[in-house]
Design a protein around this ligand. Structure first.
Ligand SMILES: C[S@@+](CC[C@H](N)C(=O)[O-])C[C@H]1O[C@@H](n2cnc3c(N)ncnc32)[C@H](O)[C@@H]1O
Ligand code: SF4
Length: 384
């Protein structure tokens, strides 16, 4: 894996879930009344048209339906959004089109419809292969149901991935190694493995603050991280990003667009984008609240609430922050072009001496294995 021709990604956000998981701070909402998907599809079409008017002539290399829970959308709604995208941009013949799905039996019944609509990759939120852990995470599915959904995904799509959350309360490295090996038996080419994060203003944050939810301490978390790297590498799915593992060549191309600081459009409530217009990079964000987003799009043609031109420094910081998450690291020459100065050789030398970064034979700078658990500090040091 190495730098590929610039990609253009389209992210589509579906902001609804059947229930809110107590650890999650994504832009997701529970609604008891039926969602008017036809109205949403019209609004998506309008926002896609408005975005394409700003960045015409692109070739879309990846599309990602994220959430929330996009697997609650009707296949016809997915088809309508894909149709809108291809009316305004050329979509590459080999475009990667991913949909995030929750692994319940109801959602798995829609997989064939998504395939027919054009989706060629699913990412399933399995989270754990242990029913007690799933209940503690507030999930609506059992481990069996999740594995059944994985089997259906395998039979329907060319490519699939699933997510697990580790560093859960009371989890030991030994238990995690066993669970991960079972997961790897079910995985094909890609796994996302996230360390449980206590996000502010979630029910888990309250439980954590009052001592009712105890997560592994730093040493155990580190041992769990090391276990993850060893077990996955031994199964041929090394980390290509701090939380993502793939067989070489099977990385999620859409997420690589973000991590390689390439261009992408964000549509739907609370979606972010990075658009290159007249030589400037714009950071865009839309209204997060679904109904307010609909109203904004219906009255003004798009849901934008932020449209900022990034400064050189902001672009360079973002380039480091995103690129150093990748095992392939960054091309220092791109930093030099962005900032008009090179990265500080003395800082690189000091980090290298501590074993936190390394330079590849091709001259790329990357974070080394011991550096990943302290990635934020490494980036902050280089960006200073
Ligand atoms: C936006 S969620 C959408 C996936 C889908 N709705 C689901 O829950 O299955 C994407 C992934 O982020 C991860 N995630 C969300 N909150 C997290 C947290 N607090 N700590 C670690 N991982 C988290 C989960 O693994 C989840 O599958
Ligand atoms: S983890 Fe997934 S299902 Fe749960 S609230 Fe977040 S987006 Fe919704």
């Amino acid at each position: 894996m190495n730098d590929e021709p610039a990609g253009f990604g389209v992210y589509v956000h579906w902001p609804f879930c059947l229930s809110k998981c107590p650890y999650c701070d994504f832009n997701s909402h529970v609604r008891h009344a039926a969602i008017d998907e036809t109205r949403f599809a019209r609004a998506f079409a309008a926002e896609i048209a408005a975005t394409a008017a700003r960045v015409p002539g692109r070739t879309v290399s990846t599309i990602f339906f994220g959430g929330g829970t996009p697997s609650l959308m009707q296949p016809a709604t997915i088809a309508a959004v894909l149709d809108s995208i291809s009316q305004h941009w050329r979509v590459a013949a080999d475009a990667e089109i991913t949909l995030e799905a929750n692994p319940t039996s109801v959602e798995a019944t829609r997989f064939r419809g998504y395939r027919l609509a054009g989706v060629n990759r699913v990412s399933l939120g399995v989270q754990a292969l242990d029913d007690r852990a799933l209940a503690a995470l507030g999930r609506l599915h059992s481990a069996r149901e999740a594995l059944d959904a994985v089997a259906i995904a395998r039979s329907v799509f060319e490519r699939y991935s699933f997510d697990l959350i580790y560093a859960r309360p009371q989890q030991t490295p030994q238990q995690w190694a066993e669970e991960l090996k079972r997961a790897l038996d079910e995985a094909a080419e890609h796994l996302s493995l996230y360390q449980l994060t206590i996000e502010q203003e979630t029910p888990f944050a309250t439980l954590h603050a009052t001592g009712k939810l105890v997560i592994p301490n730093d040493d155990t978390a580190r041992a769990l991280y090391d276990t993850t790297q060893e077990v996955c590498a031994a199964h041929g799915l090394p980390a290509y990003e701090i939380s993502n593992h793939a067989r070489p060549g099977s990385e999620c191309r859409h997420n690589l667009v973000y991590w390689r600081a390439q261009e992408y459009a964000g549509v739907g409530p609370g979606a972010h984008g990075r658009l290159d217009i007249d030589g400037s990079r714009h950071a865009t964000a839309t209204e997060k609240r679904p109904e307010a987003w609909l109203q904004r799009v219906e009255s003004g043609g798009n849901g934008l609430i932020t449209d900022d031109v990034l400064t050189r420094e902001e672009m360079a910081d973002e380039f480091l922050l995103m690129g150093l998450r990748l095992a392939e690291g960054i091309d220092p020459a791109r930093y030099t072009t962005l900032m008009n100065r090179s990265l500080d050789p003395a800082r690189i030398a000091a980090l290298r001496e501590h074993g936190l970064v390394e330079t590849t034979e091709e001259g790329r700078l990357r974070v080394s294995m011991p550096g990943f658990p302290v990635l934020d500090a490494v980036v902050a040091d280089l960006a200073a």
